[in-house]
Design a protein around this ligand. Sequence first.
Ligand code: PEP
Length: 263
Amino acid sequence: MAKSTRRPLVAGNWKMNLDHVEAIRLIQDMALRLRNLDHRAVDIAVHPPATDLRSVEGIIGADQLPIALGAQHCSAYSSGAYTGEISVAMLARLSVTLVLVGHSERRLHYAMTDTDVAATTAAVLKGLLTPVICVGESAAEREAGETETVLVRQVSAALEGVAKGAEQSIVVAYEPVWAIGTGIAATTEDAQLACGRIRDEIRERRGDVADSIRILYGGSANPENAGELVSQADVDGLLVGGASLQGESFAAIVSAVCACYGT
Ligand code: PEP
């Protein structure tokens, strides 16, 4: 499948920013700015904090905004004594359709392992939501020349949670840890190399369905580098952190991606 037939996705990860009142303001601002754009060829998503989901869902629903609602994390369990956790079914009831799984901040600060990533991926797919599986090497791993090894390990482990035939329902995000929040994005060549390697690994394990899976780049994406990043053959969109917290920069990124896809 050619790149042009994979619909690009631009997803904003708001992380632990904005209370629900601020979230309403941001989604309304985004909606106004996106209205002036022809973004029919691009999927757009936002991943607000869990406490904002109900409010953002309300605005998206009331105004019928073409923005998908995503969560930043969920439990691998369906219910029970897991204090502080949120199940896939709870998210689905809030019209959430995407869930970030294994973001490097979850791996780093909450000891999320490759096994946890696989279990959470399986839970998300079972609930008929789309896991956005985050992978990427740390600065130390990159310096040690281990980028490829890390990507292969993380991707193959995550695929343990993907039943045969369910591959098309996943999204993978390549997020080099050293690029997240630093203002230093990967070069377009490095982003392409890593995303291409991820696709090859999926192809080796699952066959040609790899060509239909969207692979995003994330890590200091901004309006200036967005177009060049998504023009790479295996980069099918962006996961955006800091620059998704302002309507202006997020809309400018969507606009750059639209331009690259000819809309
Ligand atoms: C992220 O954490 O998913 C991310 C891409 O962050 P930033 O764009 O701020 O580097």
